[in-house]
Design a protein around this ligand. Structure first.
Ligand SMILES: [Zn+2]
Length: 68
């Protein structure tokens, strides 16, 4: 089962890296929803930590990309 991340700040769903969209009813009925936070809300809610968190995510993404 695919896990969909839903932003608890704005309620958007994560479709992919840096792709967030507002929920459409029924679209993700078969997927399990996990709560997370999108980069936009991260910057609003945690301005002091956002850049560091996003930099860490970017580093991890780069590592994964080079590994493949
Ligand atoms: Zn959000």
């Amino acid at each position: 089962m695919k896990i969909v991340v839903k932003c608890c700040g704005c309620g958007r769903l994560k479709l992919g890296e840096d792709k967030w969209t507002y929920s459409m009813a029924g679209l993700f009925s078969n997927e399990r929803v996990s709560h997370g936070i999108c980069p936009t809300c991260l910057r609003i809610l945690y301005p002091k930590h956002a850049e560091q968190v996003l930099a860490n995510l970017e580093q991890r993404r780069m590592a994964q990309t080079t590994a493949v």
